[in-house]
Design a binder for this molecule. Structure first.
Ligand SMILES: *Cc1c(COP(=O)(O)O)cnc(C)c1O
Length: 356
């Protein structure tokens, strides 16, 4: 018989991230990680870091990192919040800013962590289907709600929207907090950060995991009005004062200061993305123009699930979602040119294998 105390255990279905592997031979294009190493300036900071510093708690306000971000985005330090990856930042934002009886709203095809947080924090939610071409229809977001969260560019669709789109969302939602999740914005998207001075209810989140090649270090941030940021701080300080560790504060700061390296790696990924998009289209694949570091790919005559499994055998990992509407799509992270050449070679191999 089940013990009585087991009735008090939380029953929750967690988010499932892309598979990790320690096999060095694998070409890993399944978690939207950056194929290039972090800034050499970050490496210098790490080498020079005095391990004795770790005796002490980190700077509780992460000031060196926040100051670098404030400078970079041309905002006041009071407009900057940092956390242990943007997953941490967004989870805190959900708890801090979404406390209405009304459901929060977001697109049906989007980051699959949102419903997990809603269930964890008991936040009611509702989704609006994206259009047949996977674009988000801003007019859906006119309905009264308890908050809005939209990634721009969206995942896994890779489609980015402009400021007109965000302005529409903001104008329809004067009574709700709107979170724009900009995890992928540095790969050619358009940032809404300049709008925070106009809209006190807008929070923009970002991460060092994708464009800054620091997924393993866990740094995320949010930029918004002083009012919103002060509530995020209060919630964060109600359960963990020290989310960002001393080493991350310094490495993250060095990464922000090395803008040249950052721009160069983003540019390389954008160029590779363009090339691979053309190659895939020439092979009959259908995919939207991506504003992110991944492609969202389908084919009228091929099974994407089978292709995903075939590529896995060949040690090329991509992502397949067994989700209605997109169950014949795969998401492919942009790697180096060499990695993408292997991907394309194996995809051609798959096409020949299916024909044979
Ligand atoms: C990757 C990702 C994040 C979170 O990344 P962290 O590694 O936690 O900073 C947030 N939102 C979207 C849409 C993402 O793809």
């Amino acid at each position: 018989m089940e013990k009585l105390w087991t009735e008090n255990l939380r029953d929750i279905e967690p988010y499932v991230p892309g598979e990790q592997s320690s096999d060095k031979d694998i070409i890993k294009l399944n978690a939207n990680e950056n194929p290039y190493p972090p800034s050499p300036e970050s490496l210098e900071v790490m080498k020079k870091f005095d391990i004795a510093e770790l005796r002490k708690y980190p700077n509780a306000n992460s000031t060196p990192l926040k100051a670098a971000l404030a400078d970079y985005y041309n905002v006041d330090i009071k407009n900057v919040f940092v956390g242990n990856g943007s997953d941490d930042v967004i989870a805190i934002a959900f708890q801090a800013l979404f406390n209405s009886e009304l459901p929060i709203v977001y697109p049906d095809l989007t980051y699959s962590f949102y419903p997990v947080w809603c269930r964890l924090f008991n936040i009611p939610f509702k989704t609006y289907p994206v259009n047949h071409d996977f674009r988000i229809n801003p007019d859906d977001y006119r309905e009264k709600n308890g908050g809005v969260v939209i990634p721009n560019p969206n995942a896994p669709t890779s489609i980015g929207e402009g400021l007109d789109f965000v302005r529409k969302i903001m104008d329809y939602n004067r009574d709700s907090v709107v979170i724009i999740d900009e995890a992928y914005v540095d790969f050619g998207g358009i940032s809404s950060i300049p709008l925070i001075s106009e809209y006190e209810n807008l929070l923009v989140t970002g991460t060092f995991s994708k464009s800054r090649s620091l997924a393993g270090l866990r740094i995320g941030f949010a930029i918004g009005s002083e009012r919103l940021v002060s509530v995020l701080e209060a919630v964060k300080n109600s359960y963990n004062s020290y989310t960002v560790d001393s080493l991350s504060i310094e490495i993250g700061r060095a990464s922000v200061l090395d803008d040249e390296y950052f721009k160069e790696t983003c540019r390389k990924i954008i160029n590779t993305r363009q090339h691979v998009t053309e190659e895939l289209r020439a092979l009959g694949f259908v995919l939207p123009d991506s504003s992110a570091n991944f492609l969202f790919v389908t084919h009228d005559k091929l099974s994407m699930k089978e292709m995903f499994e075939y590529l896995k055998e060949k040690k090329v990992f991509i992502r397949y979602f067994d989700v209605p509407r997109i169950d014949n799509y795969v998401r492919i992270t942009i790697g180096t040119d060499d990695e993408m050449d292997v991907l394309l070679k194996e995809i051609r191999g798959y096409i020949d294998y299916v024909k044979a």
